[in-house]
Design a protein. Sequence first.
Length: 287
Amino acid sequence: MQSVIIQPQNQLLKKYVQYFLFFRKSGAETVSYTTFPNNNLCLAIYKQNNVDYINTGNTNSCIVRAGSQNYSSRLYGFHKTAFHANIYDSLDQICIIFYPSAIRAFTGEAYHNLLNSEEVFECIFHSKNTFLLEEIFNHDNFSMRAALLEQHLFKNLHESIIPGKLQEALHYISQNSHLGSFKIEELSKKLSISDATLFRLFTTHLGQNPKSYLKTVRFRKALHDIIHSGQSLTQLAYSNEYYDQSHFIHDCKSFSGYSPKQLMRKISVEQNALAWIFNNEELRMKN
């Protein structure tokens, strides 16, 4: 399977879109991979694939097979456990990876509607123009696909939708991600708003409450440190402000299904914000 990451070129869009991710696979060889919770949202667009997505209890997975529908699209995000993808047939997939809250610059549609839709692209852009997707998918060159996506996103960008206080909150969190255990009350006080207002801002514009968001930020920083720092478990726990090593291991298992030591051995691909366990050696990653 081929997987290609392309960064946006438009300077304004770079504030909202982290990258475009393109998958292509031919043949019936099964490919499986696992990714971990993140606060970003992925808009996935499929061409002639049937996607069964199950996100209930401890099950968070999708099965991709050949299908008759020309195009379908789904929104993946707000995961509390690892996400498992199993691809059994040919695949031609485009993913738009949005920064936290950034999708709100393109749509006011309720998150509940988006997360339960198989036509998310149309929901967000209120377009039934399948010719646009045809034009994009007709290009074999991924750079051309990315350029067309940028044009469409830029035409539908409405910057004023994202509240200033939320932007301030996300900036503060990004600048202080090393303070993994700081309290919601501290963030509210920093922003000079009530806890209730902060809760409403997060749930309305990010689709998750502040506590869940902060826990995921801490896990992603810990995951980066697991891969890159070479620290002991005790050092990893305290540098990411877990109470102790046991708390760190428990949290890691909750988010990923694996202990920190298991993740060190299992992670196959780490590029940009991606950290995968990949169960097929055919993967090729490119910038």
